[in-house]
Design a protein around this ligand. Structure first.
Ligand SMILES: [Zn+2]
Length: 390
């Protein structure tokens, strides 16, 4: 690495520390967004803007407009640090130690934000022919992908790279997640005289035995998976049967499995009077707008032999002189929202899933520099792919 590259890498790393020092819980990403905008302006982006959801988008204009446009994206929101006594490092200290940057969100996805936002310095000593390059850092990923949904209303790149944790490997799929609420009716009667058919919990029990045996759909990434999570009654007394019993089902879907199909499958094991629905909910962004959403994140899949995946894999393998595996994520990401709207997307990030949402949240400085340093090789390869507009 040259001296100017080393200085640029140091600046990228200290930007990552800054990002961790600015708390950005879901719906409160405003201060972080402003910090990213300042950095993008300093780095010489041709255009820097915020959209109606509060997503931040920086654009480097095409050096050759016939080439495909590319998007690098990650999310600004971070989950709560939880029990502070379990942390060795201050979750909002952005401390650097032993080759790591520590803190909440380092691995999900502030480490990726720092490398992506510093794209201009990675490209500085290269003379590449590329289409428009967008870097978009979105709000509200941790709850139903609101930021990506709004982003895709106004930005449709030819190809996209998602910064969710891949340890500098490539990710090409993930199961979707649909939350289903259920209600089993009963009658509120004194426990001493209750009849079997009045007991909501017996109805729920017979449904649950059916759910445990319900064949799951086989997909390219294995089977879908459904499991009961939260259950509740509104009772205050232990000696009456509840009017109803409410249950949540967490359903991890495979490609081709829609929310409508999930509700039909559940209906096949429900009794008359049982209800199931996907609950709508409201979310407010830091901008102050409120949106109606449903708890349904689509699954994501791109064939590992797709030319986009092959181009990325070959470019990184050749640049690093090692194999770069392609495999699906275990967790749900916003990628399904992109493929649903016709934007091919691939996961590539220095962040590591094993640290995400834990009290040892951290990102490797070496992996960050490695990813950032490889962006020109990746962009050069992806710029040879066809543009959907041509
Ligand atoms: Zn994430």
């Amino acid at each position: 690495m040259t001296r100017s590259n080393a200085t640029a890498a140091e600046r990228m790393v200290s930007f990552c520390q800054d990002l961790i020092r600015i708390p950005s819980p879901t719906g409160k990403e405003g201060a972080l967004a402003n910090r990213i905008i300042d950095e993008m302006k300093d780095l010489g982006y041709d255009e820097v803007r915020k959209d109606e959801a509060g997503n931040v988008i920086g654009t480097l204009r095409a050096t050759d407009p016939s080439r495909p446009s590319l998007l690098f994206t990650a999310h600004m929101d971070q989950v709560s640090p939880g029990d502070l006594s379990r942390w060795e490092y201050d979750p909002f200290g952005g401390e650097s130690a032993d080759g790591w940057i520590h803190g909440r969100g380092a691995s999900d996805t502030k480490g990726a934000i720092a490398t992506q936002v510093h794209l201009p310095t990675a490209l500085a000593s290269h003379d590449l022919e590329h289409g428009d390059l967008h870097v978009a850092q979105v709000v509200v990923e941790e709850v139903a992908g609101l930021g990506s949904r709004i982003l895709l209303d106004h930005l449709r790149p030819d190809y996209a790279i998602m910064g969710e944790a891949t340890t500098n490997e490539l990710s090409n799929g993930n199961r979707g997640r649909t939350l289903v609420r259920m209600r089993f009716p009963g009658e509120s009667v004194h426990a001493s005289i209750s009849q079997r058919d009045q007991v909501a919990l017996y109805r729920a029990a017979s449904f649950l035995l059916g759910l445990a045996d319900l064949p799951m759909k086989q997909g390219v990434m294995g089977c879908s998976h459904a499991v009961p999570t939260r259950g509740a009654t509104n009772l205050l007394d232990d000696n009456v049967t509840p009017q109803s019993f409410d249950l949540s089902i967490d359903w991890r879907s495979v490609p081709g499995e829609t929310p409508e199909e999930i509700l039909e499958r559940l209906a096949s094991i429900m009794a008359d009077g049982d209800e199931a629905w996907i609950p709508p909910f409201e979310l407010s962004t830091y901008i102050g707008r409120t949106y109606q959403l449903e708890y349904a994140q689509p699954p994501y899949w791109i064939d590992p032999h797709d030319p986009f995946v092959v181009a990325a894999q070959q470019a990184l393998s050749a640049y690093w002189k090692r194999d770069v595996p392609v495999q699906p994520w275990r967790f749900t990401t916003d990628c399904g929202l992109f493929t649903e709207r016709g934007v091919p997307i691939l996961g590539f990030s220095p962040c590591e899933a094993k640290y995400a949402h834990t009290p040892v949240d951290r990102v490797s400085i070496d992996l960050m520099i490695e990813a950032w340093d490889a962006y020109p090789a990746l962009i050069e390869a992806l710029s040879t792919l066809p543009s959907h507009r041509s």
